[in-house]
Design a protein around this ligand. Structure first.
Ligand code: HGY
Ligand code: MN
Ligand code: MN
Length: 421
């Protein structure tokens, strides 16, 4: 793969305006009025997928579809039909009470690349495919990255039996969505049909803003481990049980949560988070009998992450023993760190330089579909600045000018990309 910055200059500044408009259109697809709440295989995910498919058609894709797991795919043929494809994508599912740019910006950017090629009547020596994945946020089901894993031939059929908090299995939700459990195996891409996968995503961190840069090239994606911990004590009367005789599940879990924070903070580039904390029965005058909480631990180094999770589990077991409560720990996600391909990094850096933007390379603390796609092909990521580094929060925002710059760099990268000889 080689990359040279092309001489073709782009259309007048319209990438940013069109992208921001499409993001406004897509933010309306939510299952919670007043918030952006679009979980995998939900009604709002289906509506957003249909809207993305329409955008892909409008942009000039030759073939548009929604695959067996709900991924929206838009293919723009190369200078002859059936050529291997450069894949460009991200996700349109969101966390709860989300921002409007996480994932979705990368999807509208992929569409913008095809729209620019189509506008210019340009056909490259490879196909370009836009992909809108749906299971990136790991919020509804225990599984994660299932739709991108399926393209990489790494889908685990046990995923279909995972249930959401209402007891709905992924299989049931997929059928209700209009997906096809029996069609999943056929989603795996032949290795020689794909050249690479590139993802444009908001940084979700403060570095680009601090360096006053609109874009940055990602070096690697940090690995992550997630656990579901259940603390079982003894519910009791808040007025009659002496403090020394209690087996208070909430007090124990709270001590564990503080231990998670302390251990996560103990090393420079590790993070550890308790994101969900459910107290039962949750009555003002009842000593909590049971608490369910989640752990998310990350590091760029897989050995460091493994040892961090072990240390956290060990400390939680010691707290449980001292407080005479039961602790169960259920792993539900372990993803190794995912380095980006050096040649794609170089191509993205050349495109950034070609726009007279200083090149900054930086790691990704957030996970992305690119982690799953790395099992299929070389991957690369480009970050765009977001305000205050805020994400997974309705205050998440980015500027039209940065959207313009990021998409222009991505278009330049694609135009300069050449398949391996
Ligand atoms: O949690 C993550 O890193 C991603 O936003 N799903
Ligand atoms: Mn994301
Ligand atoms: Mn996210």
């Amino acid at each position: 793969m080689t990359s040279t910055v092309p001489s073709i200059r782009l259309a007048p500044a319209s990438f940013g305006a069109v992208a921001m408009q499409r993001l406004e259109d897509l933010r309306a697809f939510t299952d919670v009025p007043g918030q952006i709440h679009r979980l995998y295989l939900s009604p709002s995910h289906r509506a957003a997928a249909d809207a993305v498919a329409a955008m892909m058609r409008q942009a000039g894709c030759d073939v548009v579809g929604i695959d067996a797991l709900g991924t929206v795919t838009g293919r723009y043929e190369g200078d002859r039909p059936g050529l291997p494809a450069l894949l460009i994508g991200s996700h349109i599912d969101t966390v709860k009470d989300a921002g409007a740019y996480d994932g979705t910006f990368g999807v509208v950017a992929a569409i913008a690349v095809i729209e620019e090629l189509s506008r210019a009547g340009q056909r490259l020596p490879f196909a370009v495919e836009a992909l809108a994945f749906g299971d990136e946020e790991n919020v509804r089901f225990p599984s994660n990255l299932s739709s991108s894993r399926a393209l990489a031939g790494r889908f685990d059929v046990a995923t279909l039996d995972g249930q959401d908090e209402d007891g709905v299995s992924l299989r049931r939700a997929l059928v209700d969505f209009g997906g096809d459990p029996d069609g999943i195996a056929g989603l795996a891409r032949a290795r020689d049909s794909v050249l690479a996968y590139v993802e444009l995503h908001i940084e979700q961190g403060p570095v680009l803003e601090a360096r006053d840069l609109p874009v940055g090239v990602v070096t690697a994606i940090n690995g992550a481990s997630r656990r579901r911990l259940t603390v079982a004590g003894e519910a009791g009367h808040a007025g009659t049980v002496p403090m020394a005789l209690r087996r208070d599940a909430l007090a124990a879990a709270a001590e564990m949560a503080v231990a998670v924070e302390r251990l996560g903070a103990a090393q420079a580039d590790t993070v550890a988070t308790v994101g969900r904390f459910v107290v039962e029965p949750g009555a003002v005058n009842v000593i909590p009998g049971r608490v369910l909480f989640t752990l998310d631990a990350r590091s760029p180094d897989d050995g460091v992450r493994t040892r961090l999770v072990e240390a956290i589990e060990q400390e939680c077991r010691a707290i449980a023993a001292r407080r005479r409560v039961e602790l169960t720990v259920e792993p539900f996600y372990d993803a190794p760190a995912s380095p980006c391909d050096p040649e794609i990094r170089a191509g993205l850096a050349a495109a950034v330089r070609g726009r007279q933007i200083p090149v900054l390379e930086l790691p990704s603390g957030a996970g992305h579909d690119a982690m799953a796609m790395a099992a299929l092909c070389p991957t690369g990521m480009l970050f765009v600045r977001c305000k205050g580094g805020i994400s997974h929060n309705p205050a998440e925002s980015m500027t039209q000018a940065d959207a313009e710059a990021a998409i222009a760099v991505l278009v330049d990268f694609v135009r300069g990309f050449r398949p391996p000889a």
